[in-house]
Design a protein around this ligand. Structure first.
Ligand code: BDR
Ligand code: CA
Length: 303
């Protein structure tokens, strides 16, 4: 099994990623931490708790950063709805977060783990940056970071920037300069991992978990020709099936000001960093593989 910590802002596609990770026995989810992103952190935290409760799991949830390190906070409620996870009637009772902040919970969970841990961020990287700044000793205990965010091509927030990196570019810079191995799951690959209308229909028939996911997907205002992108789910899919993904190694720098703020700049010619790299960047996946895989994951979910 792979020990993971999910750092997220659920968020409809985050919810799908968490649902798969909580149910697939290949993962040992040690902690879920939340951050402001798609919606405010009180809502992303409540949504994470809803999912843990829905699947009746004992995974601790810790609430994290209310805002980015420097840049003012801008949400994406127009895409993910007011609550961040609309369209399904979750229980009112959702249980409680742990007492520690996300940053402290990350620190304690990583340092107390007998084995190194993989971090899976699917929101802005604010909690991770705070952790690395305050407790740099965690670095040697982290296997790698498999992060959704960034784009070699066009952004989805501005022409240059993808939402998670745009939300907190200063945090992204700290993470990319940390020396921890990073897998960048950006728009180059996630815009190829679209769930087709046919898959969505199938998912809706797969028990209460399928019904829950299909119900929240209906409220996802990110339709594209061919289907809806499941950005965050690709982190989990990559961990299970790296063979599905084409990747390239680059040095990634983050723009933290100006018109390209939040852009992930790849040193494609190796000119700026002397051929050194800090990230494995996913660039390709077969849409059919992704759809087939996702259906099987939902089919295996137990509520
Ligand atoms: C990312 O932005 C968020 O809205 C999604 O949850 C995903 O993490 C895609 O750019
Ligand atoms: Ca997200």
């Amino acid at each position: 099994t792979t020990r993971i910590i999910m750092d997220c802002d659920p968020g409809i596609d985050d919810a799908a990623a968490i649902s798969v990770a909580l149910n697939n026995p290949e993962f040992d989810v040690r902690l879920i931490t939340t951050v402001a992103g798609n919606v405010t952190v009180d809502k992303t935290t409540r949504n994470a708790l809803k999912l843990v409760h829905f699947f009746d799991k004992k995974v601790p949830v810790a609430s994290g950063a209310e805002q980015p390190l420097i840049k003012p906070f801008e949400d994406a409620a127009r895409i993910h709805g007011e609550s961040g996870m609309p369209g399904y009637d979750f229980d009112e009772f959702v249980g409680e977060t742990v007492k520690h902040s996300a940053m402290e919970a990350l620190y304690l969970t990583i340092m107390r783990s007998s084995k190194p841990v993989t971090i899976v961020p699917t929101g802005a990287y604010t909690n991770i940056a705070l952790l690395l700044a305050v407790h740099p000793e965690v670095k040697s205990r982290i296997t790698r970071i498999v992060a959704m965010g960034g784009a070699l091509g066009r952004g989805n927030m501005t022409s240059a920037a993808e939402f998670n990196v745009y939300t907190d570019p200063d945090a992204a810079r700290i993470m990319y300069n940390s020396g921890i191995p990073i897998v960048m799951i950006g728009l180059d690959v996630t815009m190829k991992a679209l769930l087709t209308p046919k898959t969505l229909e199938t998912v809706s028939t797969l028990g209460e978990a399928g019904n829950m996911l299909a119900s929240i997907f209906k409220h996802y205002y990110e339709g594209h020709e061919g289907g809806i992108p499941m950005h965050d789910v690709n982190t989990i899919c990559y961990l299970l099936h790296p063979e599905y993904y084409q990747t390239v190694n680059y040095w990634i720098d983050i723009q933290t000001s100006g018109p390209a703020i939040g852009e992930t700049v790849a040193d494609i010619r190796g000119a700026y960093h002397n051929g050194q790299t800090n990230a494995e960047v996913a660039v390709g996946i077969d849409t059919d593989d992704f759809n087939r895989w996702f259906i099987e994951e939902v089919r295996a979910m137990k509520v």
